[in-house]
Design a binder for this molecule. Structure first.
Ligand SMILES: *Cc1c(COP(=O)(O)O)cnc(C)c1O
Length: 350
């Protein structure tokens, strides 16, 4: 096979959901965020595994993702849409029973006019300045919204992965001020918020990255392994170069393996020469620039030529690779390319 293989461990995924679920009290519902195709791992497979494990509510970014997820999950799970009710979404929201998180008075008007009585939530802006009603807007719209029976009030933390940041307590206080006394379930915490402790949990938590094995959930089990096949091997004399721009020069007679996988597959070029491939536990440095479809790797020190080298594995996590590339685990996961063969390991049989 010419393409790389992305191994996705659904048992690790569901173990991560259980571990995050266990961090909150029994009265707190743990939902699951599966936007961006389940952080690159396949929203349908991921959500079905989490549904079997006990997740009953899923969040996506946009209604189109919700529609695809409904096809995969069937009628029972609740599917909530962060971007709310956008123009021309009414049919999709109604036909596929999606629950939009309304973000503005404009969205409220649109929703109540197009789909009166259809379930919705409200997203409140407690300081992130990205989505949701600001305090003054909520004060103006609250009575109208409450009369339509919202199913959930949510807000999102901007700095939850930095526990000491005073923004967390400020947003918590703002969320209380905007929602205390209202008889509607509330949700503030994503992965980082769950780890901030019970004050942040309210009724529903919404983990994403922690399910998929990423920081800030540092106890997460790794979910992905990415294995790149060796296409060809080259012996280089001292002084010969490898790859575009001749950016790597052999300082001794060297063996260079050419692997299938490049920046078109999400192995972003910015990881440059800090990234390392692994033959089992043995690191093999990248030799030269990342190409669109290929990597060149120094395997001079290996006892034999391997059939594959791993770029995501126990020895190099999603966050390790992110650091080499100057980015975050979220971007590594959601950039995982469509060319990879995705292999799911799942003792649950789904
Ligand atoms: C993406 C997102 C989440 C999940 O965040 P993680 O940090 O991945 O756990 C939760 N809520 C909102 C509003 C989001 O946009």
């Amino acid at each position: 096979m010419g393409t790389a293989t992305l191994h996705i461990d659904l048992d690790a995924l569901t173990a991560n959901w259980r571990a995050l679920d266990a961090k909150s009290g029994p009265g707190v519902e743990t939902a699951a965020v599966v936007k961006a195709d389940g952080y690159g791992l396949g929203a349908g497979r991921v959500a079905r595994a989490l549904w079997r494990t006990g997740a009953r509510r899923f969040f996506v970014a946009v209604a189109e993702e919700g529609a695809a997820l409904r096809e995969a999950l069937g009628p029972d799970p609740e599917i909530c849409v962060f971007s709310g009710h956008m123009a021309a979404d009414a049919d999709m929201i109604e036909d596929l029973s999606l629950t939009p998180m309304l973000n503005s008075i404009e969205q409220m008007t649109r929703h109540f006019e197009a789909l009166p009585g259809h379930p919705f939530g409200v997203q409140l802006d407690t300081g992130m300045n990205r989505l949701g009603l600001e305090p003054a807007e909520w004060a103006a719209a609250q009575a109208i919204a409450m009369a339509q029976n919202p199913v959930l009030l949510i807000s999102h933390l901007a700095c939850a992965d930095t526990p000491a940041d005073p923004m967390n307590a400020a947003q918590l206080a703002a969320f209380h001020a905007m929602t205390d006394g209202l008889d509607v379930p509330r949700s503030l915490a994503a992965t980082g918020g769950i780890l901030l402790g019970p004050d942040y949990h309210f009724d529903v938590t919404r983990p994403g990255i922690g399910l998929y094995g990423g920081l800030p959930f540092d106890e997460a089990a790794p979910v992905v392994r990415l294995s790149l096949p060796v296409v060809q091997v080259r012996a280089l004399e001292t002084g010969e170069t490898a790859g575009y721009g001749g950016a790597w020069t052999a300082e001794e007679p060297s063996l260079i393996a050419t692997l299938s996988g490049g920046y078109a597959d999400g192995l972003i070029r910015a990881m440059g020469q800090r990234a390392v491939l692994f033959a089992g536990d043995t690191p093999c440095p990248l030799a030269g620039r990342v190409s669109m479809d290929l990597l060149t790797v120094d395997i001079t020190h290996l006892p034999e030529v391997p059939t594959h080298l791993d770029i995501l594995c126990d020895a190099q996590s999603v966050d390790d690779l992110a650091e080499a590339a100057g980015t975050i685990g979220y971007e590594i996961l959601t950039s995982l390319g469509p060319r990879y063969g995705r292999r799911y390991a799942d003792s649950g049989g789904g």
